[in-house]
Ligand binder design. Structure first.
Ligand code: URA
Length: 316
């Protein structure tokens, strides 16, 4: 954990009117240690002291996104033959198979809005594409829209979203797309599913498979410096792992060469506040990795993608 990050967090805590007490520094130390043994098999010990920052509001409504075991989704390329085979649903994707893989942001957003690749299109109010600046160093991947997200068209706007925003703010990060923040302070937030499963049930494997190309393309276009995968469905989609979050957190994974840190879903943290210390340690680990990555050459070495990053900022 760099001195710079430590000072920035302390400043943020002062701004939030929160005490800068020793256990929090220990969380940073634990995260730094975990960063050093990136890809090692032993997870970091839980950090303590973050509860004041991550405290949930009382009287929270039932959160979206249950956690638990479940099968991994079918492989990628869902808006094409494999997806159709995976689900066997007689619905039509207006997007040509494979077209998603070459889309820019505008076409991708339009394709998501028009998607009828699975039955969730029948029950959704609207699709939930993603939020944040498209020149963000951070990508947070969640599960699926809940009731509020379905109504408002933005990910993580319910109670778990407020918790997520507080966690991000504690590190000086924002989902705002219209400010003057540098990319290092910007977060793009997207979900594994772009449509709400009825009554917030778990995503089905065929729904995840059919929706997956959209998230993959978002990641390709964004090329973030750090991916934070929240909850088991994000992990299933990106790491193809059914292992419990507790086994995967505390170390740095790779998704297409990009560093990826696993943590608990905020909805789970609302139900299990004792885990907030670990979630805070995960965030500190991700921040340490992002800072380290910021000093290294960007992992995106493709000529076309480099040219994209050199372009002026598009509209978010
Ligand atoms: N939970 C998620 O995983 N995503 C949202 O957008 C809202 C709740």
């Amino acid at each position: 954990m760099s001195l710079l990050l430590d000072e920035r967090r302390r400043a943020m805590l002062r701004e939030m009117g929160l005490p800068d007490w020793a256990p929090l520094a220990a969380a940073g130390t634990a995260a730094a240690a975990a960063a050093e043994r990136a890809d090692a098999s032993d997870p970091a010990p839980p950090a303590r002291g973050a509860d004041a920052i991550l405290a949930a509001s009382p009287g929270a409504p039932p959160p979206n996104g249950p956690q638990g075991g479940g099968p991994a989704p079918a492989p990628a390329d869902p808006v094409g033959p494999r997806a159709r085979a995976a689900g066997g649903l007689d619905v039509v994707a207006p997007t040509a198979p494979g077209a998603v893989a070459t889309m820019g942001w505008d076409d991708l957003r339009a394709a998501v809005a028009a998607c009828r690749a699975c039955a969730l299109c029948e029950s959704r109010t609207q699709t939930v594409f993603g939020v944040g600046h498209t020149r963000a160093d951070w990508l947070v991947v969640g599960e699926a829209p809940g009731e509020q997200e379905d109504l408002q068209g933005e990910p993580f706007v319910g109670e778990s979203g407020r918790l997520l925003d507080r966690m991000l703010a504690a590190l000086g990060l924002t989902r705002a797309a219209d400010g003057e923040q540098p990319p290092a302070q910007r977060v793009y937030i997207a979900n594994t599913l772009k449509c709400r499963p009825p009554r917030n049930r778990n995503p089905a494997p065929d729904e995840m498979a059919r929706c997956e190309p959209f998230l993959l393309r978002q990641i390709e276009l964004l090329r973030p410096r750090i991916i934070l995968a929240l909850g088991r469905f994000a992990v299933q989609a990106l790491l193809r792992s059914d292992a419990p979050i507790g086994q995967l957190r505390g170390r740095v994974h790779r998704y297409q060469g990009l560093p990826l840190v696993v943590s608990y879903h905020p909805a789970y943290l609302l139900r299990s506040p004792a885990e907030k210390g670990r979630a805070w340690a995960d965030l500190c680990l991700a921040a340490a990795v992002a800072e380290g990555a910021a000093r290294a050459p960007h992992p995106d070495t493709g000529a076309a993608a480099q040219a994209r990053r050199a372009e002026p900022d598009p509209e978010p």
